[in-house]
Ligand binder design. Structure first.
Ligand code: ADP
Ligand code: MG
Length: 249
């Protein structure tokens, strides 16, 4: 069953068509990848889904609801969460506080942390927070100041922050960018584990083809804003258009 579906999704920046009538689906429970050369429109597509960008045309449907015109905080409440926005970490707060505030903000909108702590639901948030920190293997660092985490752990904290709203669909835009080979391997392993343990559906943009072929059930290939292939890793690999796009032909 499809959890997310776009139909003719289009985003123009002035005369540039960054996303050009993209229609695709993400099935419940799958790890769906979006690949394509630099500037293909991958991030723009993701940002149109979250509501960070307003599409020029087309629709986004999630869990049977039209979410095209929702604001970012509303798509989070609907069950769509995006990881890897470095700005989402409060460096002076502890690891635990960062996840707690994300959990509370997803329910109540954004207020000050002190205000949120006084809300009655705060104890329940502790449980969610611990579960999410455990799932990204940061529970041992829960009381550490976020700023002091090594780079790879900061990215894991970003995943925990994205998970704090208990989404059905997790969006990730190049999660291994800037990571060392060890951090990359750990992140790939983490993504695979999350899908199993949290029953998550994942939509991931990733430039590392090896990773994509390891974790994706199906791959959408964009070039200059348009879909040039969509299918299993094997199907996509055989596509002549894909080979041309990547070889610059
Ligand atoms: P990708 O993530 O696949 O590398 P992007 O979605 O970031 O590609 O960009 C697609 C195209 O849209 C590029 O040509 C880029 O320069 C352009 N673009 C992206 N964001 C904006 C923006 N806010 N204003 C104008 N042009 C943009
Ligand atoms: Mg991008």
């Amino acid at each position: 069953m499809s959890l997310l579906r776009t139909d003719g999704l289009t985003k123009q920046f002035g005369g540039l068509v960054a996303v050009d009538e993209v229609s695709f689906e993400v099935d419940s429970g799958e790890t769906r990848a979006v690949i394509g050369p630099n500037g293909a429109g991958k991030s723009t597509l993701i940002n149109c889904i979250t509501g960070a960008l307003e599409p020029t045309a087309g629709t986004v449907e999630f869990d049977g609801e039209d979410i095209t015109d929702l604001e970012p905080h509303e798509t989070v409440q609907a069950g769509v969460s995006k990881s890897f926005q470095t700005a989402s970490i409060f460096p002076e707060m502890t690891v635990r506080e960062n996840v707690e505030i994300a959990a509370l903000a997803s329910e109540h909108g954004s207020f000050s942390f002190d205000f949120l702590k006084r809300l009655s639901g705060f104890d329940a948030v502790h449980d969610t927070t611990d579960r999410m920190l455990e799932s990204v293997e940061l529970l041992g660092d829960a009381d550490v100041e976020a700023a002091s985490l090594p780079y790879g752990d900061k990215r894991r904290l970003e995943i925990a922050i994205a998970l704090a709203s208990e989404p059905d669909l997790l969006l990730m835009d190049e999660p291994t960018a800037g990571m060392s080979p060890d951090e990359t391997a750990a992140t790939v392993e983490l993504v695979e584990e999350l899908q199993d343990t949290l029953d998550l559906t994942i939509l991931i943009v990733e430039h590392d083809m090896e990773i994509i072929f390891q974790i994706a059930d199906r791959i959408l290939v964009l070039n200059r804003g348009q879909v040039i292939a969509d299918g299993t890793p094997e199907e996509v690999q055989e596509s002549e258009e894909v080979q041309e796009a990547y070889l610059g032909g």
